[in-house]
Design a protein around this ligand. Structure first.
Ligand code: AMP
Ligand code: MN
Ligand code: MN
Ligand code: MN
Length: 301
């Protein structure tokens, strides 16, 4: 059950942005700069949700205190989920990557700290392999370029490769590089084993946080597979899904609002901002949540 007071209608109209990145993962701004931009854009609250690490939270929180904007401690965990339609043969199961955002976490929780360290483990080797694959097709030295672009070296990821390839003029923007080189089946893609869904949700909830399924509309799943994912996510302790996200098209706002109602999830809103000029939405500029959904922040301290 969701502890929620229908009297606190004010939560509906607040500009909360619950999904943003900094240089501590694959964002372009320092945590302080992110909070400054969120404040400038009129955010009532901003979350920092870097991939698989919490290193930027202290700086962001200090900035939020200075600027008098509410701050939500967050993280975005990488998960490998063996998607399966009920009719599929077991042998056909190929894990897909999904992301789970944790909001309101205690970043010092021991199990969370060791859990996210275990997810980070292997990123460098994966990146070396991506570089080798690209070299095999004649594009040399991209690993070194990507590593130079990653402030946090053990968080090197596909976004850094994408920026390195854009800098070389291989494609005009990050999105185009992903489509040509960095997604499943493309030459620079290297499959990786991330955390299990259960472990990721346990680390978040064990650290006092709320587990939110990030940008569900981005996963390549049939409607039936999506329902399996939502049911498993809920059974494992997930309590919210992103409805309004920079990754969703307008019709997906409606689609995931319907699923949130049906499955009894709270709803989250987050731009998934990575950098000015690179992301579709800057912090705080997305449409507001539909007013009949329970915002995830209604249960955050
Ligand atoms: P990684 O964790 O290294 O696999 O990188 C995942 C990150 O790549 C995501 O968090 C996004 O920031 C970025 N990304 C994934 N797919 C795309 C895409 N199609 N266009 C732009 N960025 C993407
Ligand atoms: Mn990212
Ligand atoms: Mn994500
Ligand atoms: Mn993200």
């Amino acid at each position: 059950m969701i502890a929620y007071s229908p009297n606190s209608l004010i939560v509906f109209v607040q500009n909360f942005d619950c999904h943003n990145h900094s240089i501590f993962s694959d964002g372009l701004l320092r945590p302080r700069e992110l909070v400054e931009l969120a404040k400038k854009n009129g955010c009532d609250a901003v979350a920092l949700t870097d991939h698989d690490n919490t290193g930027g939270l202290a700086e962001a929180e200090a900035a939020a205190v200075d600027l008098q904007v509410r701050f939500i401690r967050g993280v975005e965990l990488s998960v490998s989920w063996p998607s399966h339609s009920p009719s599929a043969e077991t042998a056909d199961i190929t894990p897909i990557t999904i992301h789970v955002v944790g909001l309101g976490i205690n970043p010092h929780d021991a199990a969370l700290v060791s859990g996210i360290a275990s997810i980070r483990n292997g990123r460098l080797d994966r990146a070396r392999q991506m570089g080798a694959n690209l070299a095999n097709m004649g594009i040399e030295g991209v690993f070194e370029d990507a590593l130079a672009l990653a402030d946090n070296k053990d968080m090197i990821g596909r976004t850094h490769f994408a920026r390195a390839l854009v800098a070389r003029g291989v494609a005009s923007n990050v999105g185009a590089v992903f489509g040509r080189f960095l997604t499943s089946g493309k030459p620079g893609f290297v499959a990786h084993q991330w955390a299990s869904l259960n472990a990721a949700i346990q680390w978040i909830t064990g650290a006092g946080g709320v587990a939110v399924l990030a940008h569900p509309g981005r996963y390549k799943l049939s409607k039936q597979e999506m329902r399996v994912l939502l049911a498993e996510f809920r059974d494992a302790g997930g309590e919210a899904i992103e409805v309004i996200t920079g990754s969703h098209e307008k019709q997906q706002y409606r689609e995931y609002a319907i699923l949130a109602r049906e499955f009894g999830f709270m709803a989250s809103r987050g731009s998934d901002f990575h950098g000015p000029g690179e992301s579709r939405f800057d912090p705080g500029t997305l449409p507001l949540l539909p007013t009949d959904l329970v915002p995830v922040w209604s249960v955050l301290q």
